[in-house]
Design a protein around this ligand. Structure first.
Ligand SMILES: Cc1ncc(COP(=O)(O)O)c(C=O)c1O
Length: 386
């Protein structure tokens, strides 16, 4: 008999008509008209460098060979350069931020440790941490008092002698809150004083108006999670990295699963993406920021709704609709019927998921405009339905 795992993911309510999450994702993936606002992906790239690099690699049949197991040195150096970090850091290329998260948790945690995360947040982090430590303390942060983020003060209140790691997603999925330099420095002081590791998930870094890298202030205590899925628009290519001190990365090396390396074609695309970044970055950031204003205007028209963190420093934001009495899951369903894929709050919160809908907006302007009018429609229709 195989015993059930205590960290198994909770079954979520599926949209009507789907038996499994996989079936649902296959449906949204295959529908070419679907507007993709449900997974914080980026659909704004118009460049050719990234696709050309991958097509050339495929034409050369590079993929007959295995890549270097820890990633092409060229890619490793480009990522460190992108972050402004020097050779004092070590880096592993992974199949995305997700693999980086899992490996770091296994590499750093011991069974007696506890980990501090936040709710709302990126729940798979709690899941991964829970597999390797004794207790995950998920601090409620959905309120103005803490500015909708895990503040240094909240960390102090929740840590104890067994706290080994604090997870900071910056900017935060789903709310888009981010940290200023003073807050980062306070976390750094806590980490050195208490010998706690700081997990800095910077998946949405480039969308922020300003971003401060923890690794620069706490080189020995920080672990940086890097993804090519968002600003680089390469979610389906499944590529990312984990960066830390040589000591930390050495520990992560001992738990590696994919020891024959990460997808070679994706790595070629990632190299091209970093080399061409300066050509497209501002365009994508600006378009994403302008799109956010369209959503805000629509939300302002619906009484009882508000955006807790505005402007969001990510490419997603939450729309709180608790006061209207309308359920975010019903709005998501209404939008899906109109070919707009968005996510009700329960995907990113155990405590507050009933309050908000999360939408991402690195998509063409006319798609956001369709969302804006459809959202107003949804709220009117659902308000008046029995
Ligand atoms: C905070 C955060 N970290 C990591 C990931 C996963 O990134 P990847 O696609 O690189 O696995 C996501 C995806 O949405 C995310 O929101």
């Amino acid at each position: 008999m195989i015993s059930p795992k205590n960290y198994a993911k909770a079954n979520r309510l599926l949209p009507k008509g789907f038996k499994t999450a996989n079936e649902f994702f296959d449906h949204v993936y295959k529908d070419k008209d679907m507007i993709w606002m449900g997974q914080n992906t980026n659909h704004l790239h118009e460049d050719t460098e990234i696709t050309e690099a991958m097509i050339n690699s495929i034409k050369n049949r590079d993929y007959c060979k295995y890549p270097p197991p820890e990633g092409f040195p060229e890619l490793k150096s480009l990522i460190l350069e992108d972050l402004g970090l020097d050779d004092g850091f070590d880096i592993l290329i992974t199949a995305g931020g997700t693999e980086s998260l899992f490996l770091s948790m296994e590499g750093v945690l011991d069974p007696e440790d506890n980990v501090i995360t936040c709710d709302p947040g990126y729940l798979i982090i709690d899941n991964f941490a829970g597999r390797f430590c004794k207790h995950v303390i998920s601090v409620p942060i959905y309120n103005e008092d803490c500015n909708y983020k895990l503040s240094p003060e909240l960390v102090k209140q929740n840590m104890d002698g067994d706290t080994k790691l604090v997870s900071l997603v910056d900017p935060l999925n789903p709310l888009g809150s981010s940290y200023n330099k003073d807050e980062i420095k306070e976390f750094v002081d806590i980490s050195y004083d208490q010998d706690i590791y700081l997990f800095h998930d910077i998946t949405y870094r480039e969308f922020a108006r300003k971003h401060h890298l923890m690794a620069k202030f706490a080189p020995e205590q920080s672990i940086t999670i890097y993804s090519f899925s968002k600003i680089f628009g390469m979610a389906g290519l499944r590529i990312g990295a984990v960066i830390g001190s040589p000591k930390i990365v050495d520990s992560i090396r001992t738990v590696i699963i994919n020891d024959l390396g990460t997808n070679l074609v994706s790595q070629k695309g990632a190299i091209a993406a970093l080399n061409s970044k300066k050509n497209w970055l501002n365009n994508i950031k600006n378009q994403t920021r302008e799109n956010q204003k369209i959503i805000k205007k629509a939300v302002d028209q619906v009484e009882g709704t508000f955006i807790p963190v505005y402007p969001s420093d990510g490419n997603m934001l939450a729309i709180d609709m608790y006061e209207t009495g309308i359920k975010p899951a019903d709005v998501a369903e209404f939008l899906l019927d109109n070919k707009i894929f968005a996510r009700e709050g329960s995907y990113t919160s155990k405590l507050f998921g009933h309050r908000y809908l999360r939408v991402s907006f690195s998509i063409p302007k006319y798609h956001v405009e369709k969302f804006a009018s459809c959202f107003i429609d949804a709220m009117e229709t659902l308000q008046n339905s029995p």
